[in-house]
Write a protein that binds this ligand. Structure first.
Ligand code: DX5
Ligand code: ZN
Length: 221
């Protein structure tokens, strides 16, 4: 079986107690912390930048931090997040003028790199970078907000990307972000995903461990 990674999005955490929230979700069994960076330009919402990532590292968070950049332009933010201790950095190809350069910048900085494709963004963006990316993130909602519903045609896209990954012969992670919950995580995994972002489905619950355990139980079926 593929190792499945659960990546809670701190977008739905209590920002006033962010350090504790991250600690708590890691103790509850999270594998990776998903970090949603929004700039009110590429997406119509504003969250946090690299200082918060650095603050979590200084607080003692050692888990991988998966930075999802919803910003344009991307390169200056990439540099800042490399400095701040990001483990994985992904960005949207439409937000970068030079996609290969931005990917290389991430790799040269020692982090893992990847592209993010929105629900209506074509897979052709992957054509020339399959030898370079460590991860592909498929959005199953339109980016900008937590708590939206999963867009069903993403399942077919997941299958297509899994096929491309197999063809590439490389070990590329396939992450899905948006509306993921215990009731649909199994179908998403069966379509070919191996990394699951969940914001509201974890942080809006009282018991984070119960929420993550329920997802893992579905994945084990
Ligand atoms: C949306 C973000 C997602 C979001 C997921 O732009 O990229 O990571 O926080 O939230 P849920 O799991 O609530 O759909
Ligand atoms: Zn995200």
């Amino acid at each position: 079986a593929r190792p499945y990674l659960i990546a809670p999005s701190i977008l739905s955490a209590d920002f006033a107690r962010l350090g504790e929230e991250v600690e708590k979700v890691l103790e509850s069994g999270a594998d990776v912390i998903h970090f949603d960076v929004m700039d009110n330009h590429y997406v119509p919402n504003l969250t946090f930048g690299s200082m918060i990532c650095k603050a979590l590292r200084d607080y003692g968070v050692e888990a991988p931090i998966d930075v999802h950049l919803m910003v344009s332009p991307v390169d200056s933010m990439i540099e800042q997040f490399l400095e701040a201790g990001a483990s994985i950095i992904t960005f949207h190809p439409e937000a970068s003028h030079h996609v290969d350069r931005s990917l290389q910048l991430i790799k040269d900085g020692g982090a893992e790199c990847g592209l993010v494709l929105n629900p209506a963004t074509s897979l052709h963006h992957l054509d020339c970078v399959m030898d370079k990316v460590d991860q592909i993130l498929l959005m199953s909602v339109n980016p900008g907000f937590g708590g939206q519903s999963f867009i069903d045609n993403t399942l077919d896209k997941i299958r297509q990307v899994r096929q491309r990954i197999i063809t590439s012969g490389r070990d590329i992670r396939l992450e899905v972000d948006g509306g993921v919950k215990a009731s649909n995580i199994r179908a998403i995994a069966e379509a070919g995903a191996d990394m699951f972002v969940a914001g509201s489905a974890i942080f809006n619950q009282k018991d984070y461990k119960a929420a993550i355990d329920e997802m893992r139980a579905e994945l084990a079926l």
